[in-house]
Design a protein around this ligand. Structure first.
Ligand code: GLN
Length: 490
């Protein structure tokens, strides 16, 4: 068995059939990760107990117990998710040495399903960024071209998965952080409907937008992983009570008669030629499979980026107030702590602990929430957000799935956009409205630029209709001209 190229489903079957042990699988991926990580900087730390945890799975199988639907599958987890006993730093100096005493619900559910956590994955600081360049622990490199960014903020997850340093990864998506790096690195990334997956134990960035989801190699693997991590959680009151469908078993590439919507406002040019070609090819492929293509209009999408940055920065400024150096996390050094004024204590600690981008967002957000400006900014943004969602719901009366680009261009060069935050923010032009409206979205690899960089297609469904979205993704994956293509590091 070629473990490096094996899908999650194949690994589970082989482990359950005892043709390979969970220990062997884990050791294989750990070795790969340790060898290749110096090139990519995707992992921030490894789980030294991974092999012995894999042995426990093998012991369960030997005893005839059910080892779970994801038995023996090695996963890397984004630094945003709390992992009991493993450093969870959110890409920030302020949490550099933070070891949580508990697991995020997503992590707990993966472990219960038999997943072995092999380590933690690099990301933009507090998930603020689109290139992984804001991480305190250094940027991540794109395995398809080491001079390019892997995207962000889940850049470590995308790079680790594309280079197959693990069999699956988890990312988080507040404004595109699963879909954009998935597109840049040629993997499948799914952001579930808001409320599908528990946020308990996930470092909070913008609570009304954050969702965690799978970043894996195939649509089926994404469906299976999503099944395991989804569902009501009494520890997160925003999770839905809805039953979790068996997406992986219901997966079907028969999309005949399905209506695929193209957003009129997204088709006004300005796309990189290879991205445009990828979108056109995907539309042609879906037509050939019997789907009907319709045009839909979401004029308010024009405001998605400013509304997103207003909402996200405001919520972040409030969420990040907890990092004060008192209870946990980094604390600035003081000669004589008892003689320090509280304001100086906070100021110095937060001044040293947070990076530049995080500080920029805290300042913007604090301003938007301040008395006298709250109505003009945060409230107004909330109203526009509602209008964006209403227009989406209207559009979904005429189509089942909306197809769009993920980004305007393939992965850009490291350093190219760091000094220009506005250009960096504009990266999120096609991804943020999905979060604002709470909809599920995914990226499926479907093209390659002339320079050999992957290009994904974004699919969006209405609330809780992940199955339709996964089915169209499954059909596209099957018809993809880049099917089976992997970066040369493999
Ligand atoms: N790039 C966006 C931001 O910087 C999205 C990040 C995310 O989804 N976490 O906020």
């Amino acid at each position: 068995m070629n473990l490096t190229r094996a899908t999650i489903t194949e690994i589970v079957e082989a482990v359950k059939a005892k043709s390979v042990s969970a220990k062997e699988v884990t050791a294989h991926f750990l070795k790969r990760a340790e060898e290749l990580n110096p090139k990519l900087n995707a992992f921030t730390s490894f789980n030294v107990n991974a092999v012995s945890q894999a042995e426990e799975i093998d012991a369960r199988i030997a005893r005839g117990e059910d080892p779970g639907p994801m038995a023996g599958v090695p996963f890397g987890i984004k630094e945003m998710l709390c992992t009991k006993g493993l450093v969870t730093n959110a890409g920030s100096k302020i949490l550099q040495n933070f070891i949580p005493p508990y697991d995020a619900t997503v992590v707990a559910r993966l472990k219960k399903a038999g997943v072995v956590i092999t380590g933690k994955l690099n990301q933009d600081e507090f998930a603020m960024g689109s290139s992984n360049e804001t991480s305190y622990f250094g940027g991540v490199k794109n395995p398809w071209n080491l001079d390019c960014v892997p995207g962000g903020s889940s850049g470590g997850s995308a790079a680790a998965q594309a280079a197959r340093l693990c069999a699956g990864t988890i990312g988080t998506d507040t404004g595109g952080s699963i879909r954009q790096p998935a597109s840049f690195c040629g993997i499948v990334g799914v952001k579930p409907t808001y409320g599908r997956v528990s946020r308990y134990g996930i470092v909070a960035y913008a609570s009304s937008l954050d969702q965690a989801g799978p970043m894996v190699s195939t649509v089926k693997d994404a469906a299976l992983t999503l099944e395991v991590i989804s569902g009501h959680d009494e520890k997160d009151s925003t999770t839905s009570q809805r039953k979790v469908p068996r997406w992986s078993q219901e997966l079907s590439s028969n999309i005949k008669g399905m209506k695929i919507g193209l957003i009129k406002e997204y088709m006004q040019g300005g796309l990189h030629a290879d991205v445009q070609k990828t979108v056109d090819n995907a539309v042609d492929a879906l037509k050939k499979m019997g789907a009907e293509i319709v045009e839909v209009s979401i004029p308010m999408t024009e405001y998605a980026v400013p509304v997103y940055y207003l909402v996200a920065a405001s919520e972040a400024s409030s969420n990040l107030a907890r990092y004060d150096g008192v209870k946990y996390g980094y604390r600035a050094e003081f000669q004589n702590l008892s003689a320090v004024e509280l304001e100086d204590f906070y100021g110095k600690t937060r001044g040293q602990g947070f990076g530049k981008e995080v500080k920029r967002r805290i300042m913007l957000g604090t301003y938007c929430l301040s008395s006298g400006y709250y109505d003009a900014y945060y409230n107004k943004a909330g109203q526009v957000r509602r209008m964006i969602m209403n227009q989406y719901l209207e559009a979904f009366k005429n189509c089942d799935i909306i197809l769009s680009p993920v980004t305007t261009s393939p992965a850009f060069k490291i350093g190219e956009r760091v000094s220009d935050p506005l250009t960096m923010y504009l990266n999120d032009i096609f991804t943020t409205s999905t979060n604002l409206a709470g909809l599920p979205g995914m990226s499926v690899p479907f093209g390659m630029s002339s320079e050999g960089l992957p290009i994904g297609i974004q699919l969006t469904a209405t609330h809780f209709e992940e199955q339709d979205m996964l089915n169209v993704g499954f059909a596209l994956e099957d018809a993809s001209p880049v099917k089976g293509k992997v970066p040369h590091v493999i």
